[in-house]
Design a protein around this ligand. Sequence first.
Ligand SMILES: NC(=O)c1ccc[n+]([C@@H]2O[C@H](COP(=O)([O-])OP(=O)(O)OC[C@H]3O[C@@H](n4cnc5c(N)ncnc54)[C@H](OP(=O)(O)O)[C@@H]3O)[C@@H](O)[C@H]2O)c1
Length: 325
Amino acid sequence: MKTRTLGKSGLEVSALGLGCMGLSFGYGPATDKKEAIQLLRSAFDAGVTFFDTAEAYGANEELLGEALAPFRDKIVIATKFGFKEGQPTLGMDSRPENIKAVAEAALKKLKTDYIDLFYQHRVDPNVPIEDVAGAIQDLMKEGKIKHWGLSEAGAQTIRKAHTIQPVAALQSEYSLWWREPEQEILPTLEELGIGFVPFSPLGKGFLTGAINENTQFDSTDFRNIVPRFSEENRKANQELVDLLKTIATEKNATPAQIALAWLLAQKPWIVPIPGTTKLHRLQENIGAASIDLTINDLQEIENAASKIAIQGARYPAHLQNRVGK
Ligand SMILES: NC(=O)c1ccc[n+]([C@@H]2O[C@H](COP(=O)([O-])OP(=O)(O)OC[C@H]3O[C@@H](n4cnc5c(N)ncnc54)[C@H](OP(=O)(O)O)[C@@H]3O)[C@@H](O)[C@H]2O)c1
């Protein structure tokens, strides 16, 4: 697969990474361990060198530690700190002592002596970003982390953080159905030379066409509490999937591939991290890295998308409070 560099950090990764969360957390029961290991190793065999996890994703770091050990030195592992006891439901904890403890634990779980990219999962309103950056610098001096990043941070925090210790990447939601980062965040990142890692690049699965108003999610699936995934909003939002299907037919591709190719076409320093638990979908998604959307294709998407009003918030109110800080 082609590679990309995250901003001016020098951190080079495959043009598409793999979001590993769903293997352990968020979208129903965890995947069988053997199958998950096979999926992760197949991703590497297919050219993926960028693997995304977090302390907060259940046993995901342990899983990656085991699966990726045979080729650890050939890949980039990104993980995240910043929730109390690693649990998003308990709120934030980016106190320097917690950041350091989470890093130590991650090194053990990931079976490695360095983390390539360590993100703050959400900005902690109780801990100045200067203190967070200070803890990061201490970990860098010890060689325990190589780069750092932020997730769903606002432009002001990004600027402040970057002044103290250059930030390699911002990881925030971005896709054809969540384009807010285009307003202030992407110009800020471009100006500062920071890479962008869009999470949920397939709209949590919706943009692939595999979900409709009749889809039943597992009782533990996060999408049950996302307003955008209410039955009526799924029905209304099919309009966007229909557009992706039209473009996909023209390009002899799939809607998922068009959703990813569209992100790749926005900026050369954007690296989406689609997640899947299924081998055939992994292959399909990777195929997006070979699809070039022309200026005409992009214009056609832009014209049609601008007429579609997406229905429903991307987060319930209590989680919406945590983003853009
Ligand atoms: N920083 C943050 O706060 C944050 C938040 C959310 C996610 N993330 C990261 O971003 C990664 C990706 O985001 P995400 O998992 O939320 O959303 P996503 O990548 O947009 O979508 C994942 C969903 O799409 C389905 N899917 C994937 N490829 C498909 C295909 N070709 N056809 C049909 N369905 C397909 C998957 O189901 P199957 O497994 O059944 O294929 C899964 O339910 C996560 O794994 C995680 O590492 C970060």
